[in-house]
Design a protein around this ligand. Sequence first.
Ligand code: PMP
Length: 441
Amino acid sequence: MNSTSNLTRPPASRLKECSEPSVWLEFSPLANKLQAINLGQGFPDWDPPQFVKDAYIKAVEKDGSHKYARSSGQMSLVQELSQRYSESLGIQLSCSSDVIVTNGASGAIFLSLMSFVNPGDEVVVIEPAFDLYYGAITMAGGVVRGVALKSLEDQVVDANCLTLDVEELKEALNEKTKILILNNPHNPTGKVLSCDELNAIAEVVRDYENCIVLSDEVYEHLVYDDESHVPFASLPKMFDRTISIYSASKTFSVTGWKVGWAIGPEALIRPLQISQQWSVFSVATPLQEAVSEALQRADESYQGEESYYTWLKLYYETKRDVLYSVLKEFGLAPVNAKGSFFITCNLGTLFTQEKVSFPSSLRDMIEAEPISVDQNTRTYSDYNCCRHLALDGGLVSIPMSAFYYGDTRIQQAKNNLARFAFCKSTAVLEQSRTGFEKIIE
Ligand code: PMP
């Protein structure tokens, strides 16, 4: 094969808007290369609980579980899911038409956008937002319309001090809006939307008959203190227009399994089933069997707690408290999380102006190693704070502007905010202190 010709093939134009490498392609390889304390990407750094591993082994040993699964999901899992979400959404779900198992929540997001967005359609995103949305929207030919979460108070003590201005949401929605993406509990801020906030959003959406809500609830079980999770689709009249998205990744600490699911009415789920059938076709059979079993076991008492879910929440709360106190100790104005597993803070005070330029040591490193840098970000102040913290402090976090789009992204970069993940062992979270010490010494 002539290898030189491969380099000149232009990809399809749908990739044009999202061809720069994502933040993960820079900071995850950088963490590995530097053997850094990695509070960047949101994957638990521990193994799943034994009952989840046992479920996997059982699934692998079960006769017949190594063939292609049913395209919309292995029946054992689909039945389990339809029973559970019938309860939490307060509506009787049909196994065949209202549920689809996907390749992670990411798969469900991609299928949803591909199935409903025509070129030129608008998709409203509450910013900051999980960056995968932006890539998937642009690949579908959609136009991103951002509405920012804001703080009404001077001091943002916790993520629930951030609010969504309903008037701004009203202004963002119009006849061209095909989808509103909600993410609750929220990545990257750790905010949990209250019932009142969700109802206010529902009120706005009701005026737009054509607008579908994609409600990404992958952190449904990770809510802290007195917060509780309210599924958007459980609000009056919202089930019929909502695709609710969930995942086993966070709940069972199995990000590598990539098993997610979407729930909704037939009119919204059927197009996803068609798209899945004509793309990846199905999800790994033994993993689906294992998730079905794990869901059943998770309701039982666990480690002295009423259920695995009760234990999980307490487990994460302790970790959140450790990370919060480290960030506070260094005066980084952390915004405490009420849900998900991220805390955002301000790195600006750690660096003098000249230090926040693109680090020359990284330039040398990129030449030697496969670390990909989005060229636009070379001048972004928050990216460069995170780069210096990684290179000089051995501590990896994610710059907040990665969670914004377009011009807002450029504006945000100046704020020097960063996201730290606390889905890491307590020892690693404690160790993060050394990263900041190295910077300030
Ligand atoms: N949605 C959000 C908000 C996330 O944070 C993530 C993972 N970072 C996903 C979806 C993707 O989940 P999965 O691993 O199931 O693809």
